[in-house]
Every structure is written in structure tokens, then in C-alpha cells.
Write a protein that binds this ligand. Structure first.
Ligand code: GUN
Ligand code: ZN
Length: 433
């Protein structure tokens, strides 16, 4: 099946922070999709002259809207859809008072499949086409999410959380159960269609040394799986963690001890880091994941993107629903901009949109399949309308450059600015705004 998607097309091929030659933009652009894969991308007139566009191909014209690679969310909690906007707590109380009780509901038969559809609908409505998700401790929560994502041919990286202490019994496994369930999920889902498994020890507070040992064993047995966890989000968390692992040099050293660091490892938050930890993250290639709306909402602290970048740490950016407050990667980039402002750092709009697409794909090591419009990539696209609201339309009347237009989307945009989302070539929104 072939289709042509027309619009104003933006595609990144390098990081705007590294080079000025970082993107291509076609005011009358087109993306040719063949069986869910991008087979051509460029100026519509050029593609026509080259004979690249088959006669009679089905065509959707989104002009004047902006087409780019779909957004990638590198840290989000599937069972926290109904935790967002829980009042008045910082991390550890927020987990105990709101989050663990909510995640306990995912033990109930039939709950996770319903919530998985709602979760993926929300992601697609906000222009997100791939997510890296924490599920609950219950194996069936991960089964439900993978089943729903596979049915819509949507690339997911996900795992059931391993947690065996410091939480209510309804959300605890044991080292052996956590290992066995994770292994069974890997066998069933890792590499099935577009699904990939992330070994997911929640964080050191909720995993005993025995559990981290088995998580490390899983990682050794499945080196192409991702690993995701949390690191240095909040001062009280760090103090509690270090009291539980008194032999560790610092927080990162705990994960290091159990063989959990490397280029496939995603360390959510990574805020209050020691210089040694930053150097070790760079040395091992471990990724830091910036979660701006969550860090502000939970009062966790300010992520030092510039410092980590100077040290050579590869970084993702993510919503962290439900500590985060918006599913929108646009809103996430807006809050990221403000957090960096507070540290006298500048997030340029081109760098911001690169980060939410190709940058996050690089953080996942998946840039050969997602994050750009290069032929051979999966046809995951977002179509953006920078005039989606009256306020945005008025602001757009003063816009003269692509960078300015992107910045209006970044600062004022949300799901209303998502005109359409394509997952493997399939339109996911019922109406095309
Ligand atoms: N640390 C351990 N679990 C969580 C979680 O669910 N959300 C956040 N923000 N931090 C965590
Ligand atoms: Zn998280």
C-alpha cells in the first residue's frame, strides 16, 4: 500500500547544537510511504520530476501544516494515567500516598487492557508515536500494553517494574518472581513486531540487592534489551537510597555494581549528580532523561542539560506522566526551556524539536528506524498546526522564520496543535484538523 503525505516538511539529520547543517525543510514537501515505511521524502516538485511519485497514489495534503517525525517520549509511567495532578507532595510521599495505591489497581483482571488503549490514544492524540514506558509490577500490565501497542503497530519500549521492598505488598514482587516474569515478557514480546523490552528495576529504594543482582543477570542474558530506572531525582530519595546501600560510593554506583549501566540504560531525572557520577555516566554511555514538567511539579530540582552535555552525557527528554503534568512533548519542551532559563542556558527551538524526535531516537539507539524522515524509517509522523488556537494564530501573524514558528508551537502548543499523527503510515486521529 502506497500513500503520499504532503505538507511543509521538516527533517533533522544532525543536532542543531553540533552544526548549522542540521535539517532540511521543504515548503511544498512530501513523504511517500510504502507499507508503513518511508520510501521517499523531499520537495514535491523534485520528487515528481524524478518520477518518484507513482501515478494515482493516494494523497493527503496537510499544507500549510508542518510535518515532522513523530515525537518520542523516553520516560513515562503507563499505570499513572489517573495519578496526574495529585496534590501537595514531593517524590517519596507522592509515591506512597498516591502512586503505589493506584498501581495496585493494575492487579485487577481487565483493568490494564482498558487503560492501555486509553494510554495509547492519549499518546497519539499528543503527537507521540513511540514511548518508553514503566508498567506496574504486575506482569499483566506489561502484557496489556504490549498487546495494545502491537495491535496498532506502534513502537513501544516497556517493562514491568521490578520492586520487592519499601512499598505496599500489593505492588511488590520477589527477586525470583521479578526475574521470571521479566524473562517471560522478554521471550514473548522483545522483537515481536515493533515491541522492545526494557528491564525495569523501579529504583534502588524499592529493589533489594538480590533483586538488582537478578536485574543485572537479565541484562547480561539479554544485552539488546533496554534498562530503565530512576536516579537522583530528589534529595530525600538520595539520602534514603544511600542509607540502604551504605557501601556504595554514590547513587549511580549502586546500579554500576550490578552491571546496569551502558548505552541502553535510561536514567530518569539524573538531577542531583556528583561529578564522579557524571563522569561515569559519560564513560559507560548511560543516558540521562530530563523530565521537566515532573521535576517542577514534584519540586525535585533543575536538570543541568548544559553541564551534562559538556561532560559528554547523551540525554533524552520525556513527560514522566504521572509525576509529569502533560502528555504533550510540546508542553514538555516549553517547561524544559524554562528550567534551562533558570540556569542561564538556552534551548533553541531547532534543538528542542530535534531533541523530541531524532535526539530521543539516538538516546534509545533507534535512530535507524524512528526520529527522522529518512527513507527506510518507519512512517511515524506528526502534523502540527501552529495556528491551532486564536492566541497562537495572532502570535503567528508576527512570525517570519521557521525557528520562530517552532518556538510558538513549543511555548504555546499542546494537543490542539496536533492536526494528525501517523503510526507506521496509519492516521491515528479521526479528524484531520
Ligand atoms: N522514582 C521511583 N518511582 C518513580 C515514579 O513513579 N515517578 C517518579 N517521578 N519518580 C520515581
Ligand atoms: Zn519515572
Amino acid at each position: 500500500m502506497q500513500q503520499l503525505i504532503r505538507g511543509r516538511v521538516l527533517d533533522f539529520h544532525a543536532d542543531p547544537q553540533d552544526t548549522d547543517d542540521n535539517h532540511r525543510f521543504w515548503d511544498d514537501g512530501a513523504v511517500l510511504i510504502t507499507d508503513g515505511i518511508i520510501t521517499a521524502c523531499g520537495d514535491h516538485g523534485d520528487l515528481t520530476r524524478q518520477g518518484a511519485i507513482p501515478a494515482g497514489v493516494a494523497e493527503v495534503d496537510h499544507r500549510p501544516h508542518l510535518i515532522m517525525a513523530g515525537f518520542i517520549d523516553t520516560h513515562i509511567h503507563f499505570p499513572q494515567v489517573q495519578v496526574v495532578a495529585s496534590w501537595g507532595a514531593q517524590l517519596l510521599d507522592w509515591l506512597n500516598d498516591y502512586t503505589f495505591p493506584e498501581e495496585a489497581r493494575y492487579a485487577r483482571q481487565g483493568h490494564a487492557p482498558v487503560m492501555a488503549e486509553a494510554f495509547l490514544d492519549l499518546l497519539n492524540a499528543h503527537g507521540t508515536t513511540t514511548a518508553v514506558a514503566f508498567c506496574s509490577v504486575h506482569k499483566q500490565s506489561a502484557d496489556a500494553l504490549f498487546t495494545a501497542a502491537h495491535a496498532r503497530n506502534m513502537a513501544m519500549v516497556a517493562g514491568k517494574v521490578m520492586m520487592d521492598r519499601n512499598a505496599p505488598p500489593e505492588v511488590l514482587d520477589t527477586p525470583r518472581q521479578g526475574y521470571d516474569d521479566s524473562r517471560a515478557l522478554i521471550a514473548e514480546w522483545h522483537g515481536k513486531g515493533r515491541q522492545r523490552y526494557a528491564i525495569t528495576p523501579r529504583f534502588a529504594i524499592t529493589s533489594s540487592p538480590e533483586q538488582l543482582e537478578l536485574a543485572g543477570q537479565l541484562a547480561t542474558e539479554h544485552p539488546d534489551c533496554h534498562i530503565q530506572t530512576h536516579l537522583s531525582e530528589n534529595r530525600a530519595e538520595i539520602n534514603f537510597t544511600l542509607s540502604l546501600y551504605p557501601k556504595a560510593r554514590d547513587y549511580l554506583d549502586i546500579y554500576d555494581t550490578y552491571g546496569l549501566l551502558g548505552p541502553r540504560t535510561l536514567l530518569g531525572h539524573s538531577i542531583h549528580l556528583e561529578p564522579r557520577e557524571i563522569a561515569r555516566m559519560a564513560e559507560t554511555g548511560s543516558r540521562a532523561v530530563f523530565c521537566p514538567t515532573s521535576n517542577l511539579f514534584l519540586g525535585s530540582g533543575l536538570f543541568d542539560a548544559g553541564g551534562l552535555r559538556d561532560a559528554g552525557v547523551v540525554q533524552g527528554i520525556a513527560t514522566d506522566i504521572g509525576g509529569g503534568t502533560s502528555y504533550s512533548m510540546l508542553a514538555t519542551l516549553a517547561e524544559g526551556y524554562k528550567i534551562l532559563q533558570l540556569q542561564d542556558q538556552r534551548l533553541h527551538p531547532l534543538a528542542a524539536f530535534h531533541w523530541a524526535t531524532r535526539g530521543n531516537a539516538i538516546a534509545l539507539g533507534m535512530e535507524d528506524r524512528i526520529g527522522t524522515l529518512a527513507p527506510g524509517s518507519d512512517a511515524d509522523l506528526v502534523v502540527l498546526d501552529p495556528r491551532a488556537t486564536p492566541a497562537m494564530a495572532l502570535r503567528m501573524d508576527r512570525v517570519e522564520t521557521l525557528a520562530q514558528e517552532l518556538f510558538v508551537l513549543q511555548i504555546m502548543g499542546d494537543d490542539r496543535a496536533i492536526a494528525q499523527t501517523y503510526v507506521a503510515g496509519r492516521a491515528m486521529k479521526a479528524t484531520d484538523g
